[in-house]
Write a new protein. Structure first.
Length: 481
């Protein structure tokens, strides 16, 4: 008995709480078989709880953080995961250890798709403002004369072709600049007179629609009475008429390939439930993190991908471009401070901070790099009311200003295993990494700091950077709290 409750009552109470949480909850055994799933998790996966229990978690959540918990037997905190149904989740997953025995894991997660969408809309507005104020719109693209040189030549051709503008496809991992490039192409089209000054740029994330019918109505519009309660509604194709239609995450349109092909071939669309054909003249830029050649039927792909623009991930960009990006983000920060407060800010980076910022892994590419740089500058600048001279300010961003905990855990692991590839075989890698972690923790308990630990490990043949060690220590401390 506890506080007058029987233990069965407490179990029922916990079950009611878990079932009513707005976060999803999954519990798996050590083989990944689902033992408990709450209502929200089943709703996210679009199946019933009964269908999930007893099945392997990867069937419903192929990239589940719990798979890493089972593999590494360590918590996975604040993981941002995109599942195949294009929903984005923030996940926290933990090992389940009962009587010192590892018996499985549990995870809580919440859908952040809408929040991400809003953030992107704000980014988009910022981009429009920035691009409207410069002469050569491609100047704002770091890598212009380096890794993006060919992409820029192709995108200029796509827009400025003598025979009229062409549709194009942009591919690249998340955060590599697909939306940014599409915006630049739109502004370029206006600058060279291919589009009128007031031409629209309509952006749609095709993966945001929960079902294909809603997507069709949004994109092609609907006629009154087409289905119960339907109203006359213009679709995005019509709204983009005379301008550019940016189909982001275009792979999610796989259910509408024929109607899309017809629209492109004939330059006409028919609203859902409508008979009338409506002329539409739009430049389509379709973007995706997936290879659209494998998703779309060849006729459609050929029509869309008259120019294929492939953006490289940040890790494949030369160091010189990373440095330019770092400067670019710092200058943008300075401009933002000047516009808001009239203060001339000058941002410098210590060598150490630069070294860390330029060398850690950014799985979400340039967007994540920019966010980490901004957060580091945020940490280095004083609060507005603490500034003595409100006209100018100079700050130095140091290593301790970098929010190491927002750089991902998995990658610190991956990087260290990459560094030691020559000395380890993949079969013993996990065990090996566990031992290194223990070694780091015990050296830290003895009072050694990250730099000293890096030196000791280096002498033992393990090539780990001190910031990777600082990161692991910070993470371990957070897990303890
Ligand atoms: N070449 C570049 N030069 C300068 N900044 C860039 C460049 N590419 C991307 N960025 C910056 O990175 C941010 C994220 O890029 P963007 O939103 O275009 O990525 P994305 O590939 O569309 O991502 P997602 O697949 O997640 O939609 C941009 O807002 C911009 O600030």
């Amino acid at each position: 008995m506890e506080f007058g409750f029987k233990s069965e009552d407490i179990i029922s109470m916990f079950k009611i709480i878990l079932d009513n949480l707005r976060e999803g909850v999954n519990i798996v055994d050590e083989n990944g078989i689902l033992m408990y799933v709450n209502k929200t998790s089943a709703e996210y996966a679009k199946v019933s709880i009964e269908e999930m229990i007893g099945q392997h978690i990867s069937k419903f959540y192929p990239k589940a953080a719990l798979l890493d918990v089972l593999k590494y037997k360590k918590p996975q905190l604040d993981q941002k995961i995109d599942h195949h149904n294009e929903k984005k989740y923030i996940v926290n997953a933990f090992p389940l250890i009962i009587n010192d025995k590892f018996v499985g894991g549990f995870a809580t997660f919440r859908d952040v798709t809408e929040i991400e969408e809003l953030i992107k809309k704000i980014e988009h507005l910022e981009m429009q403002v920035a691009l409207n104020t410069i002469d050569d719109v491609f100047d704002n693209l770091i890598g212009k004369s380096g890794s993006l040189k060919n992409v820029i030549i192709k995108s200029q051709k796509a827009i400025g072709s003598l025979a009229g503008p062409r549709h194009s496809v942009i591919t690249g991992e998340s955060g590599t600049g697909k939306t940014y490039l599409a915006n630049i192409m739109y502004h370029y089209a206006k600058k060279i007179g291919v589009l009128k000054e007031d031409a629209s740029f309509i952006e749609v994330n095709c993966a945001q629609f929960t079902n294909p019918d809603i997507a069709a109505i949004e994109i092609f519009g609907s006629e009154k009475g087409a289905f119960t309660g339907s109203l006359e509604k213009k679709g995005l194709f019509e709204l983009a008429n005379g301008g550019m239609l940016f189909l982001d995450e275009a792979h999610a349109l796989e259910h509408h390939q024929t109607i899309l092909l017809k629209a492109i071939e004939s330059g006409k669309i028919r609203r859902i439930g409508g008979r009338k054909e409506i002329n539409v003249n739009v430049i389509i830029v379709a973007a995706s993190t997936q290879d659209l050649k494998k998703v779309f039927i060849p006729e459609l792909y050929q029509r869309l991908a008259q120019y294929e623009l492939k953006l490289p991930p940040l890790r494949e960009r030369p160091m010189k471009e990373r440095e330019e990006l770092l400067q670019f983000f710092a200058i943008n920060y300075e401009k933002c401070v000047y516009n808001r407060n009239g203060i001339s800010l000058r941002v410098n980076f210590s060598n150490e901070a630069k070294d860390i910022l330029l060398n850690v892994n950014y799985p979400r590419n340039i967007r994540q790099f920019r966010d980490v740089v901004n957060a580091s500058i945020d940490a280095a600048v004083p609060l507005i009311n603490d500034i003595y001279d409100k006209r100018k300010l100079e700050v130095v961003v140091n290593a301790e200003n970098i929010p190491i905990d927002i750089i991902e855990f998995k990658d610190a692991f991956r990087e260290s295993s990459e560094c030691n590839k020559n000395t380890t075989s993949s079969s013993i890698e996990n065990e090996y990494l566990g031992i290194i972690d223990q070694l780091i923790l015990s050296l830290n308990e003895k009072g050694y700091g990250p730099r000293k630990i890096a030196k000791i490990l280096n002498n033992k043949g393990f090539d780990l950077k001190y910031y990777q060690i600082a990161y692991k220590l910070k993470k371990a401390k957070l897990n303890k709290e």
